[in-house]
Design a protein around this ligand. Structure first.
Ligand code: FAD
Length: 689
């Protein structure tokens, strides 16, 4: 049977259609999803997973891998990439560890260099994006594609910097262990391994102090010549005069394409928030300069599930006053609503927000404009200073750590305040690309969920103290970005008389009024901070201040289990706050939980400031009740700590070892060993920040 012309045409159309379908328009000149480069911050998602191929095709000789949880390691990686390129002419790219395979690291060319910027997370764990890499490199031996000898990485030269917190036992263990493994596999480290300490608050200075000798070592190794570094943009920013902010394809704060197109599609995660209605919001206490919020977030319209002990992320919006200050400082006020298209000038550069957008939307929704300022960034901005004097001053601030501390850090300035303290501006010569490259992407803030999923599976509650720090001598108050945004939502929801708390206003109704009716963008992150699956197991919880958040959820859950007739084990809470009559969180609720749990619930309250002669903290109660604590531990109790990482959590760890030492009559070292093994076996769990 012959095929006639019509059949041929149909066949051809089918063929064309299926090629178009399978190539998703790549060969067809179809306009690319403008968000494709920004979703997950990744330009590479759809490309090769072969890092050597990627480096070859983009002409790179330096890759900076990062393992990042909150974005800081990613930011440091970008800064190293920029500096390597502008000062030493390296052809740099950053690479998210989860976007590549590692089997061919044994073929990494000798004349190239790999950096590893690695954050350590929780109990010495890799960040989510580094899990696969970590499993691979810890293989015994790792299964490299070509080399199976003892030193498969003989060609690999590498540099490491770790981000850690010395209040954790496994301080910077990711980078320390990685360094050992790479060396064992034959790779050669250049410079000393860097370690930044968030616990001591010296991360930035540790980074700056480490990188200079590292660059010198790398220069020698690779024969690099240093040149006068001047700013080189990674992004082009083009104003689109033909477009208006009201055009339907212009992002005015929508986090991604789904949201721009008006539909909310799951799964909801770190790159796709759910715009959730606020079911309820109230203040748990309000005293001068301090207040604490209880917010209930309704996720019933989504497929979001949580289990008790998980975290919820809030996607914040910058305060109008700060956006205005930023616009004015950098000469963007007049054109704030102009439409801009931002593109990476290099295939590996990642635009940190979806475009086309406006200056206003980019700054309001996507840039961390209120955070502490980086000294290096002050140095970068010097070349754009409005006067020679200002330039000199910026250089001094940027290069002298003590002067920087005195002039900027001690004043708690954000970037706009910092540069206007040097020169009132406007600083109109600073390219917008420089601002979005030098400042961080705005970070979501996590909160320990303070409700039980058994009791309210579709309503997530959070308990948050509103951040507000009056800076001594500086004459201004530092306002936390997210908690003041939540406070504003609460004010609006309750029709409070002052809808702009502390003079801050927010675009509460969101982009194109999509958040109207009091909504907030959220996603849930699952945690390992969990109640025992058997409710009859006893539990001991230590949670002063907002550290009590997850324990409200735990106790709510156990009270419900008791009501349902389950055999619920002893439930002991060590709680602490300043004053009985001031900031005792959920004071009435504990009573109702008590009526469900009876003598299974014991709460020890430490009111630190009620007795002017003696401070009283949870650690004291823990020590004073050592006998009970030890008995419960011997009955296989789980031990939980939540709240302040820097002092409380560390002291609780020490006190618990003392309790074990005394109650079991074992030497100190043995007691410490017992606490360590409680941690590694998951009996001792921490949720600290
Ligand atoms: P931010 O804007 O992030 O500011 C925070 C602090 O940074 C300020 O108070 C100030 O000290 C400093 N700062 C800001 N700007 C400057 C500047 N220019 N110069 C110098 N210093 C500056 N918090 C709770 O209240 N309840 C919880 O249940 C809770 N659970 C958490 C669980 C996890 C896993 C984590 C990681 C954190 C948790 N937090 C919790 C903390 C919470 O995520 C936020 O960090 C906190 O609410 C502050 O957020 P913010 O945006 O209001 O403040």
């Amino acid at each position: 049977q012959s095929i006639d012309t019509l059949d041929l045409v149909v066949l051809l159309l089918l063929l064309v259609g299926s090629v178009a379908y399978f190539t998703k328009g790549t060969y067809w000149g179809v306009a690319k999803d403008p968000y494709a480069t920004a979703l997950n911050g990744s330009a590479l998602k759809k490309g090769t997973r072969n890092i050597l191929e990627k480096m070859d095709e983009s002409g790179k000789n330096c890759v900076i891998f990062y393992g990042s949880q909150t974005g800081t390691a990613e930011d440091y990686a970008s800064r190293l990439a920029k500096e390597g390129s502008s000062r030493f002419g390296l052809k740099t790219m950053t690479a998210d560890l989860e976007e590549f395979d590692y089997e061919n690291l044994d073929q990494f060319p000798e004349d190239k260099i790999a950096f590893f910027v690695m954050a350590t997370y929780g109990e010495g764990e890799p960040t989510d994006n580094a899990v696969e890499f970590w499993e691979f490199i810890n293989g015994d031996p790792p299964s490299f594609s070509e080399s199976s000898d003892e030193k498969p990485l003989g060609n690999l030269k590498y540099v490491t910097f770790g981000l850690g917190n010395n209040t954790y036992e496994h301080y910077n263990s990711m980078v320390r262990n990685l360094d050992k493994i790479l060396t064992k596999l034959g790779a050669k480290r250049i410079g000393t391994p860097g370690e930044g300490d968030d616990g001591a608050g010296t991360m930035e200075e540790d980074f700056l102090a480490w990188k200079e000798p590292m660059w010198t070592a790398l220069q020698e190794e690779m024969g690099l010549e240093e040149r006068e570094a001047s700013y080189e943009p990674s992004f082009s920013v083009e104003e689109k005069e033909e477009m208006s902010k009201d055009d339907p394809n212009v992002y005015v704060g929508e986090p991604n394409k789904n949201h721009l197109e008006g539909s909310q599609k799951g799964p909801f995660n770190a790159s796709n928030p759910y715009i959730a209605p606020l079911a309820e919001s109230k203040e748990l206490f309000t005293v001068k300069d301090r207040n604490c919020l209880h917010v209930e977030i309704d996720v019933s319209g989504s497929n979001i599930n949580y289990t008790t002990g998980d975290h919820i992320a809030i996607w914040p919006t910058n305060a109008g006053m700060e956006v205005d200050r930023f616009m004015k400082t950098f000469g963007l006020e007049e054109k704030r609503h102009n439409v801009i298209s931002v593109k990476g000038l290099d295939p590996t550069a990642k635009v940190p927000f979806p475009t086309p957008t406006t200056y206003d939307a980019a700054v309001r929704y996507h840039v961390e404009i209120c955070a502490p300022v980086s000294r290096q960034f002050m140095d970068t901005l010097a070349e754009f200073a409005p006067s020679e004097d200002a330039k000199k001053e910026m250089k001094k601030i940027g290069t002298d750590p003590d002067y920087f501390k005195e002039k900027i850090v001690n004043q708690y300035y954000n970037i706009a305040q910092a540069v206007t303290s040097v020169h009132p501006g406007p600083w109109s010569a600073v390219p917008f690309s420089c601002l979005i490259e030098g400042l961080n992407k705005i970070q979501v803030r996590y909160y320990s969920i303070s409700s039980s999923s058994l009791v309210q599976p579709k309503k997530i509650s959070i308990t948050a103290v509103v951040e507000s720090i009056r800076v001594p001598g500086a004459g201004h108050v530092v306002k936390g970005v997210t908690t003041n945004y939540l406070l504003a939502l609460k004010q609006k929801q309750n029709g409070d008389p002052d809808p702009s708390p502390h003079g801050l206003t927010y675009e509460i109704t969101g982009p194109r009024n999509k958040y109207d009716g009091i909504h907030v963008p959220v996603h849930v992150r699952h945690s390992n901070f969990k109640l025992p699956s058997d409710p009859s197991k006893p539990i001991i919880m230590v949670g002063p201040g907002t550290g009590v958040a997850p324990f409200r959820g735990f106790v709510q859950e156990r009270a419900e289990q008791a009501k349902r007739g389950d055999n619920v084990g002893e439930t002991v809470l060590f709680y602490g706050c300043r004053r009985k009559d001031e900031d005792w969180l959920y004071r009435d609720e504990w009573e109702s939980f008590k009526s469900a749990l009876g003598d299974k619930l014991t709460i020890f309250n430490a009111f630190s400031r009620d007795d002017p002669k003696k401070k009283h903290y949870v650690q004291h109660d823990l020590a004073a009740n050592g006998k009970l604590v030890n008995e419960l531990l011997q009955k296989k109790a789980n031990f939980y700590v939540c709240g302040d990482a820097s002092h409380m959590a560390r002291e609780v760890n020490e006190v618990l070892a003392q309790v074990i030492e005394q109650e079991r009559g074992v030497p100190k070292e043995k007691a410490e060993q017992i606490v360590k093994s409680m941690r590694s076996s998951g009996v001792y769990q921490e949720d600290v920040w």
